[in-house]
Design a protein around this ligand. Sequence first.
Ligand code: GLN
Length: 446
Amino acid sequence: DVAARLEDVEPKVLAFVTKTIDEAKAAAARVDDKIASGEKIGPLEGIPMAIKDNMCTEGVPTTCSSKMLHNFVPPYDATVVRKLKEAGSIMLGKVNMDEFAMGSSCENSWQEGTRNPWRLERVPGGSSGGSAASVSAGQAVFSLGSDTGGSIRQPAAFCGVVGLKPTYGSVSRYGLIAFASSLDQIGPFSRDVRDCALVMNAIAGHDPFDSTSAPIEHPDYTTFLDQSIKGWRIGVPKEYFGEGIDADVSETMQKAMKTLESLGAELIECSLPHTEYALPCYYIIAPAEASSNLARYDGVRYGFRAEEAEDLISMFSKTRSEGFGEEVKRRIMLGTYALSSGYYDAYYLKALKVRTLIKQDFDRAFEKFDVLLSPTTPSVAFSCGDRLNNPLQMYQSDICTLSVNLAGIPAISINAGFADGLPIGVQFMGKPFEEGRLLQISHAFE
Ligand code: GLN
């Protein structure tokens, strides 16, 4: 009983912001009728899903885990939600996240932070913490998250599930509440690789409502499963294995490489020399774009509005100071600073140039390799509260995932083992629009 399982673990895991159980039950009854009457059913018919609370759902609150949008009920479905409903999937509810997807622990939420199902005093990762935890805890069969700098892959690694960040442009962002538009991408969380392929089949594809979605044909992603990786050349960038990576994680990566070798792949050390600049580059570009995207929350059109303002300007500033949390304000200030006249060239423009160099590192590596391998995170899930007052330490948790977003390429995280009962993820990075090959190697490995 899906609803019973959800309710049973929810008081411990705290994955959901809004539950839509009654609607889900009604939809499930309709599936039964369909099957009884011999009607054609969709590829995901009746499969229960959870949706990150930054994707618009018609008639169901979409809060971004922010006070600013606590009362926002969208009049339309995001393209991904529409497509999944058309494929037959049933939504159980909206799941928790760091406010506006800014964070790595799910603690920057207006709600109470979600917990890691493997150990409740640990964080599930973030920002898509609720998406990862709900799948890991057996509440939803799959979920959707968004990944701007690691927010699908890092929580997937911490919660021991599969998480895929598709190529920028593979999946429509229409109806995704924007954080950093040149980096954001929606993708699936699932318990195994086959489910990930099935969800990709449903959500990938061109959307005229998203001008950055690629007008290309996507393959049937299940055709990549059960294919050998014999003879594949896997690049192992040395920058991802140095200082700052925990010994447990390194050991698990060594074991993963042995497994891949036994499957017939060749593992070769390589270099992505600009890796060390990814973190500073990301923390200029992402906040710059966020400061612009979040300018729309002014209390006038929708969402929260502060009371007792004297005039329009004080209404704006009261609304924004009361409606946004601390991390969101920090990003808006960082971004506004980096874009202001005099600093634009020194920071923003320079970061864009560094971004190009990072992209070129990958282009060069992919001339020689089929995929690249790295850890997904430098450590296992950390304790709740541990990094909350140390933003720099929090930002470090994404050190292995950020470059992929800057380059726009796809990457997947799957479980590679455990240390002291906590999951460790391995990350495979691929060429643009080669999600199929990432699924192929992941399925061979899992
Ligand atoms: N943790 C990173 C950040 O805080 C990435 C977040 C994300 O991918 N949405 O910006």
